[in-house]
Design a protein around this ligand. Structure first.
Ligand code: PHE
Length: 458
């Protein structure tokens, strides 16, 4: 059955805008900051392979499911779930999926903003020439100086949150189109320049081998790779669902999803190829953790022609990429407040911004005063501080769980006639999608979870 709902928040003007906005959400710190460091911590090769398989078999089908659900419900994820559960004659309890996404969004943005703050500060470091001919020791101390100072981190975190609130308050469609249309290609160009620099280090092949030669991996590593597939594509928490709710009816969700996944993955792999040769050429540790790109890329900028300018531009673009992701993290919550509390976007953004900013303080302190306050949860993780815990719980538990329920809802709760009508795609494509979300995605997510808690062994 075809539905005729309209979103009260308006629509994207065409398919391209949706693709740009969703790509803006997907491409962010996850690709450039997080992917290289978690690949490094988990031994490279096999980790990358698992991640790629998850993108193809879980990520793309869930992206299609999430976009489709969003477009059919045409409201914030919470109300969309309520509306579709009612349409399909299912339990009203499905709204919990929307709520979990909203909470995941706050939690992710709270630490995402702190890291985006590092990138902001690096714009000024780079512009002032601090990276010129920098050595690995030099950049190490620049980085340590930054993260060991809670006041500095708090200031940058605050600036980034304010930037995010301003855009969200004005409405995400405003200006996003122009920004992404220009920024994505520019980011790609600068990334290619850093890869070109990495080719001159003499360690390029070593970096590539690290990324693509399979080796041992732990059960945790598999979970982290799968979690990252969700994180990097912005899946499992409603960001793509809410963007889907602004999508005009007759656009192909399949094509858009594949295109977004391919560009997102391309950016991550390029970032890896830019970073690991520098790691090996300078005798650094691939498992250096969250500071990895901040300790490696400046070496490249410090040694290339016009590096001060290129480095500055790079960090500006990284901040933009983080910005377009950050706004999608709280759009589900803002849309809900506008719908249910009758609030205008400005108030909604301010409330949510302050709340998220407060949680972010915990992450600010995780790199200095609270660095050693760690805890462990049996079966799940060992010795994680506040920041690491938030990252683990959101990316590796909440997003895959959200994805699992999205898959179950789309394939087991919605009528085939509804999903067929909304996806409106070629029969063969539909069949493949249906098979993947009905069986493969749920089984894969459950198996990886059971593997981590030790119930089964892969
Ligand atoms: N996909 C974003 C990135 O890779 C992060 C994000 C996660 C954004 C979840 C929205 C929702 O940086």
């Amino acid at each position: 059955m075809t539905t005729t709902r309209k979103s009260i928040h308006g629509q994207w003007s065409n398919r391209l805008v949706f693709i740009l906005a969703a790509t803006g959400s997907a491409v962010g710190l996850g690709n450039i900051w997080k992917f290289p460091y978690i690949a490094g911590e988990n031994g490279g090769g096999t980790f990358v392979l698992v991640y790629l398989v998850c993108i193809a078999l879980i990520g793309v089908p869930i992206m299609m499911a999430e976009t489709m659900i969003g477009r059919r419900g045409r409201q914030s994820p919470i109300n969309t779930m309520a509306a579709l559960a009612a349409d399909e004659g299912r339990s009203a309890g499905w709204v919990a999926l929307g709520w979990m996404g909203v909470i995941a969004g706050f939690l992710i943005l709270s630490y995402y903003s702190v890291i985006a703050g590092w990138a902001l500060s690096y714009i000024f470091r780079s512009a002032s020439g601090a990276f010129l001919n920098v050595t690995s020791n030099g950049i190490n101390s620049i980085f340590t100086n930054l993260v060991s100072d809670p006041e500095k981190l708090l200031a940058w975190h605050t600036i980034f949150m304010v930037m995010t609130m301003i855009v969200v308050a004005r409405g995400v469609k405003h200006g996003l189109e122009k920004a992404v249309r220009f920024l994505m290609p520019a980011l790609l160009a600068l990334l290619l320049m850093t890869v070109a620099y990495s080719m001159t280090t003499g360690y390029f092949m070593e970096g590539v081998r690290f990324l693509f030669t399979p080796g041992p991996i732990s059960g945790q590593g598999v979970l982290i790779a799968m979690g990252h597939a969700f994180f990097t594509l912005s899946l499992g928490m409603g960001a793509i669902m809410v963007y889907g709710s602004y999508l005009p009816r007759h656009t192909s969700i399949t094509q858009a999803s594949v295109l977004i996944a391919v560009s997102d993955t391309g950016v991550a792999l390029l970032a890896g190829m830019a970073i690991f040769p520098i790691v090996f050429a300078n005798g650094l540790e691939p498992g250096a953790g969250p500071g990895l790109i901040f300790k490696t890329l400046p070496i490249a900028f410090g040694h290339m022609e016009a590096g001060t300018m290129i480095g500055t531009a790079f960090f500006i673009l990284l901040v933009f990429a983080a910005w377009t992701s950050a706004i999608s993290l709280i759009e589900p919550a803002v849309a809900w407040m506008v719908e249910n509390r009758g609030m205008n976007r400005i108030y909604a953004s301010v409330y949510i911004g302050i709340f998220t900013w407060l949680i972010g303080i915990g992450s600010v302190l995780s790199f200095n005063l609270w660095a050693d306050h760690t805890w462990s949860v049996p079966f799940l993780f060992k010795d994680k501080n506040f920041f690491d815990t938030l990252d683990f719980v959101t990316a590796n538990l909440m997003l895959p769980l959200g994805g699992l329920f999205i898959a179950i809802f789309a394939a087991w709760m919605m009528k085939e006639s509804s999903t067929r009508d909304e996806l409106n795609t070629h029969n063969v494509v539909y069949r493949i999608w249906y098979f993947l979300v009905k069986y493969i995605t749920p089984i894969a997510v459950i198996v990886v979870f059971l593997n981590v808690i030790g119930v089964i062994e892969l």
